[in-house]
Design a protein around this ligand. Structure first.
Ligand SMILES: [Zn+2]
Length: 513
């Protein structure tokens, strides 16, 4: 899988270009040039994980880093101080923006190239993986002329893509859109984008004060980081502007709490806040090799409790030449909350956290938390349960605990119906995989391992592996979660699995937590 370059026949300029193009083609988000004592290792980050890409001999280390620094407009005579640079270019038809950073380490400069690829944001909100219901809610939010809509999530959760997609939708001749960002991540025609520069005192708050005198209709605040920005955002939204912004929180309830912590007054917050979209990114199952299997009893109970539906089949990761360990690309899990009158009043009145949670998640059947959204996407084969459990908070299990208890389990046929009609992976995604994942060696070499992946024996052993992982790894965890958090029936672990493996994986899990 490691790439090799011939430095005696290929000019360094071409090698650097090839590294960048190849990384873009493989949908990498970052390229790392890691200097070691005797070599330079290049790694690329795909779907959130770093993978070894190539090893460069020490002889060429300096030339290679110098070439990257030159491209990024850095000072090539300075290697003792950290530097930042950028490369703008169109590669493979994609408008690319590369942010380059150099850091002096004991074995030379470490360079990281961050590939900012906004082609996703340009494809529209409908391609971001929202369920039909959530998509409809977001359209309703965007039709509101004033108020605040927040997109929340951790760093790297795809917030920017969602916010930019929403701005694209709002970007029309008759409105004045002004953004204040740090940094301006993507230039969009028709927008007035302002870059924060705190060195000269141009911070979010300062820009926002000026923006309000520029007759805006819609304002994007890159991120609400402090109390002053939060307060100006709220003030702007109650004086007739639509404000979009992002916040570093995980779900609706923590977002409301964070804003209150930032000293935003409750009566202002309750009247300005219109919607909260929370998200996280899950690895997407490879559509070529995912393995459909019957759901086990524990999983059936979870689906019944969480969504009120009978799940029959689920999917596990397979392995093939189109993917990395069964996954390719990522998909967002989302929670979309439109603030209704009841929630508005509750925010205003400062009701108890548990009561507010009930209002948001239990009484309000339109809201599905990240766990529920993940379960739906796992059922569709877009991701798997392992990914969902890796990403959701314990809180999410609490929130669903009273939704469908023994007394009121009723199968929500509409969800089931929707799921059956969903094409699990959009066609253009499949095409993207076909066109872009190029393995230069697999075409020429018949003994290549990626071909052997289709051997029945390998396939069967993978299947067995998957079942072991399936029953031992997450199911035990799941049983505990259900027993702890969901009242009613106690669930037993399937005793057929090997106890040793169980214990070991449970230990691993405990360590991971
Ligand atoms: Zn695959």
């Amino acid at each position: 899988m490691m790439k090799e370059f011939n430095f005696t026949t290929t000019p360094i300029v071409n090698i650097v270009n090839e590294i960048i193009i190849d990384s873009v083609v493989r949908n990498a988000s970052d390229i790392h040039f890691d200097p070691a004592e005797d070599y330079l290792k290049i790694r690329i980050r795909i779907d959130g994980d770093l993978r070894d890409y190539t090893i460069i001999d020490n002889k060429y280390k300096r030339n290679l880093t110098t070439r990257v620094k030159l491209l990024a407009g850095m000072n090539i005579t300075e290697s003792r101080l950290p530097q930042d640079g950028a490369i703008k270019s169109v590669i493979e038809g994609k408008d690319l923006d590369l942010r380059v950073s150099a850091l002096p380490t004991s074995f030379g400069e470490k360079i990281v190239i961050r590939i900012l690829d906004y082609s996703m944001s340009m494809q529209g909100i409908e391609t971001l993986g929202f369920t039909d219901e959530n998509y409809k809610t977001i359209m309703e939010m965007l039709a509101i002329p004033n108020g605040i809509i927040l997109v929340t999530g951790a760093t790297g959760s795809g917030k920017s893509t969602t916010v930019y997609s929403m701005l694209q939708r709002l970007n029309k001749e008759e409105v004045n859109i002004i953004t204040v960002e740090d940094p301006v991540e993507m230039s969009i025609e028709g927008l007035n984008q302002v870059q924060v520069n705190s060195e000269i005192g141009l911070d979010f708050a300062a820009v926002l004060r000026s923006i309000l005198r520029q007759d805006p209709n819609i304002i994007l605040i890159g991120e609400i980081r402090d109390s002053e920005t939060a307060k100006i955002a709220v003030r702007a939204s109650i004086t007739g502007h639509l404000v979009l912004s992002t916040l570093h929180t995980n779900n609706s309830i923590t977002t409301i709490e964070r804003l209150v912590d930032m000293d935003v007054e409750r009566y202002l917050l309750s009247s300005s806040l219109k919607g909260i979209i929370s998200q996280t990114l899950a690895k997407r199952l490879c559509p070529y090799c995912r393995i459909q299997r019957p759901a086990n009893e524990t999983e059936k109970i979870l689906y019944k409790r969480a969504l009120g539906i009978d799940v029959q089949t689920l999917y596990d990761a397979g392995r093939c030449e189109h993917c990395h360990n069964g996954y390719t690309g990522r998909i967002a899990l989302q929670e979309v909350l439109m603030i209704n009158d009841e929630i508005r009043e509750a925010i205003n009145k400062n009701i108890d956290r548990e009561e507010l949670k009930k209002l948001i998640y239990t009484k309000n059947k339109n809201v599905r938390n990240l766990l529920q959204d993940g379960l739906i996407k796992a059922m569709q084969g877009i991701t798997d349960l392992k990914e969902v459990f890796r990403l959701v908070d314990d809180d999410d299990y609490d929130d669903i605990s009273e939704q469908y208890t023994d007394q009121n389990i009723n199968v929500e046929n509409n969800i089931l119906h929707n799921v059956q009609n969903v094409v699990p992976v959009p066609n253009n995604e499949v095409k993207r995989v076909e066109n872009k994942i190029i393995e230069p060696t697999s075409n020429n070499n018949p003994n290549n391992t990626s071909q052997n992946m289709f051997d029945d024996s390998v396939f069967n052993s993978l299947r067995v592996n998957n079942e072991q992982i399936n029953t031992s790894n997450y199911t035990n965890n799941l049983v505990n979660k259900i027993n702890q958090n969901i009242p009613g029936q106690q669930v037993q672990t399937n005793t057929q699995t090997q106890p040793q493996l169980n214990q070991q994986t449970m230990q691993n899990q405990n360590q991971a937590q």
